[in-house]
Design a protein around this ligand. Structure first.
Ligand SMILES: Nc1ncnc2c1ncn2[C@@H]1O[C@H](COP(=O)(O)OP(=O)(O)OP(=O)(O)O)[C@@H](O)[C@H]1O
Ligand SMILES: [Mg+2]
Length: 236
């Protein structure tokens, strides 16, 4: 990435962080001056919380990117002593998008949630990955469809396999969706919001901190599937 591209990326991310923050300030102003009726307060506060959550996630992406780009990944490599319980991490990540999913009429469903599939590694890192993928699923998803999340341990290899399956905007195998700053044309037409950082961070985290693999494909039937594969999965 050259200097000009880096500056454009920073400009884009700053812009995207400011929008939701302005929304939160607007909500707080309205609550302070009493223009929000009692019965709408809780809804407005929940939305403000999601907006803050989104900004925090964006800034976390930036921070992980800086950590990997500068090679300063001590905190990441030392995180292998921790354990991530997959269904729990997915539920916590999906929470932030539930409200947005309801607005866009996309239902998030987690299958197999009772089995405690686990991997070694920091839950915060995997949650960041899940949040980026779910954010995309809701942002680019077709209204009235479902985003189905599955997690299983493959018996033969002990690989933990997590899939996210939804109906969304198309991309082709030529689209470099994991490259930094890349956004497919169809995605740009659907929404101007996005910096092309999310999936790049997912790949950095999955490959470097979990020694796994991540892939994405859009089938002829219009289904988008993202798959994460992490070695040495186990059940608690
Ligand atoms: N679920 C999806 N359905 C369709 N296209 C997707 C999906 N997820 C990712 N893409 C494509 O991959 C591109 C890169 O995704 P990525 O998450 O890295 O960036 P972004 O969503 O545009 O921005 P952000 O940095 O805010 O996440 C998207 O712009 C879009 O073209
Ligand atoms: Mg994204």
């Amino acid at each position: 990435m050259d200097n000009k591209e880096t500056l454009l990326l920073i400009q884009n991310i700053t812009h995207q962080a400011i929008n939701p923050m302005s929304g939160v300030i607007g909500t707080l102003d309205n609550l302070i001056d009493g223009t929000v009726p009692e019965h709408k307060r809780s809804q407005r506060l929940t939305r403000a919380r999601s907006q803050l959550e989104y900004t925090v996630s964006l800034i976390r992406n930036l921070s992980y990117f800086a950590e990997y780009a500068t090679g300063n990944s001590d905190s990441i490599s030392s995180s292998t002593i921790k354990t991530t319980v997959i269904p729990q991490a997915i539920i916590e990540s999906a929470q932030f998008f539930q409200e947005r999913g309801e607005n866009t009429d996309i239902k998030i469903e987690l299958e197999n949630r009772k089995i405690q599939n686990c991997v070694k590694g920091d839950p915060n890192l995997l949650k960041q990955v899940f949040m980026n993928i779910i954010d995309n699923g809701v942002k680019y998803g077709k209204s009235g469809t479902k985003l189905i999340i599955k997690n299983n341990i493959q018996k033969r290899t002990n690989d933990l396999i997590i899939t996210f399956e939804g109906n969304s905007e198309p991309f082709t195998s030529h689209d470099s969706i994991f490259d930094i700053g890349y956004r497919a044309k169809s995605a740009q037409q659907k929404t101007s919001s996005g910096s092309g950082l999310g999936l790049h961070i997912c790949k950095l985290i999955i490959e470097n901190a979990f020694h796994g693999k991540i892939s994405g494909q859009h089938t002829a039937a219009g289904v988008t599937i993202f798959e994460i594969r992490i070695p040495n999965g186990f059940t608690k």
